[in-house]
Each structure stands twice: as structure tokens, then as C-alpha cells.
Write a protein of this length. Sequence first.
Length: 320
Amino acid sequence: MSFVDTILRTLTKGQLSRLERSIQKIHRENHLSPPGSAKFYKFWNATYPSRWYEFGPPMRPSKSDVELYRKLILQRKNKTEKAVILGSTPELRDLLAEVGILTTAVTDFSIGMLEGMTRFLKIAKPENEIWLKANWISAPLSHKYFDLVISDLPFDQLAKENIKLLLEKIRNILTPEGSLIVRVHYPDPKLIKETPNKIIEETLNYTGSLDDGLLRGVLGYRLLDRSRDLQTFITNRSAVIQWLETTKDLFQGKKREIIERSIQFHLKPRINLSILDEDYLLREIQEYFQLVDRLSHSDHPDATQFPILILSPKNGLTQN
């Protein structure tokens, strides 16, 4: 009998269970990739095109989000002829095709994302798009050329030190009358003071009144927000999984099912996000842009934490 076997035989079932959870947590953390890293994009590329159908709002744009995007595009005083989409989001590609924008450049770090997301298109035709495989910050896009840059939750995918670089890039490629339209996520600061158990319990009170997929999305984002490192703003998906696993036995029926499916959902993405505080992100944005309007809907209890902004570039041009 080995020394390890001897030690393990002295532990109670409860101690063995806690040890197992600790080992699983360490294993998960060793396999999680920080936002913006090579491993982050590699996993994103390999997984998200095949899983897009699994995501519901707020992780992807809802029908109401798309309508708000449409409203902001159409309210622009100047005609939109040339647009850039940061990311391969099919809902945005369909929208730009529907409103008749003549030139749409779809910019993504991965050709796999560009190709993989195409199967979710309903209106846009890939042959009418310009595909650009490039890092958003260094993408070879002409200065002061585009009327519109549009993106859905782009800042969650970048480490906080790269936010300014992206904002500067976007300002540089927009015409003086151009617009940045972007959906952002601001975490609810009250969540920091709440225990994970209370967040889970309060969120599950919406069971039956919200679509299951939407409820899992709201629960997932609330726990990711709660898990953030308050200095780096990087989430801790391993902690989220642990919180869900340790509370699932407290619930039965539909609520337990939602937790179990949430655990499976969070086990698949081997990435963490960067979720910035509202004040921090707005300070970064306001260095390069002027806020024109901010819209949100009421499809779910956290909808106001996912507003869509329309921004105009401030004067200034720097060389990348």
C-alpha cells in the first residue's frame, strides 16, 4: 500500500469529496485561457462556430437587441455605405445586409470563425462580404474610410490593457461623421456583496417566467461577474462551476435541471472573459469617443446591464 493510499484511507467521505473538488478546480484552472491569449482564440475558433446554436441572450444578440442596432443605424444623419463588423456575429451580418449597406468588411482573428458562422446566416451572402482574417487592433483597414464600425460584446474578449488600442484603432478608421455602435456589458456592482448561493437562488426564482436558455444565460453572466478579479477584471469560470456544483443538491425539478445544464455549459468553454466595470470602460471610451445615445430593452431582468451604445469619434488620428 502506497503512502498516498494510506493517507486517503484516513479521510472521511466529506473530506474526500472536498479533496476531489479541489483537484478538479486546479485541473480546470490549469486549462483555462485568459482573454486575448493565443489559447483563448484557438479554443474560441475550435468551439464557438459549432456551438453558436447553444447560446441564447445575453451571450448573443436577441431579437430586441437587433432591433435596437437597427434603430441606431437608421437614426444616423449620414448615409451608411461602408461598414466594418468586428467579429463574425451572424445577426449583425444579416442586419447590415438587410438595411442595404453596400460594403461590409467582416473582420475576425480566425478564418474558422468567418467560415463557421456563415451557416447561421439568413440574409447576408458571403460572396457580398469582404472577409479579413486579422487581429482587430492591427487589421489593415484604411484610415478615415468607414462610416460605421459595429460589434457585439467585443471588449469581453480583450485584456483591459488592450481596450485603448482597439478604441484608438476604431477611431482612426472611421470618417469624422462615422459611428461606432457596440453592445457592451456592465456588471451589476451589487453582485460583489452577494454570496454565490444567494445569486443562484435569486436568479432561479425566475424559473418558469423566463425561457430556460435565457435564464441560464442570465445566471451564467451573474456568476461570471461575481467571479471577477477586481484588479484585472478577468473572470474565474472554475469558481463558477464549483459554485454551481456545490449548490445543485439544494434544488429539485426544473431548477436543478437548469443548474446541471449550466454546469455542462461552463465545463465546455476553456476560456475566461474580461468584464470591465462600467466606470472604467466609460473612461476608456470617452478618451476617443463621444456618447451619442444609449439604448436597452426589457426582455430580461439584467437587460439594462447590456446596453447598446452609439458613439462618434473625437478629433485625433494616430498611426498604428
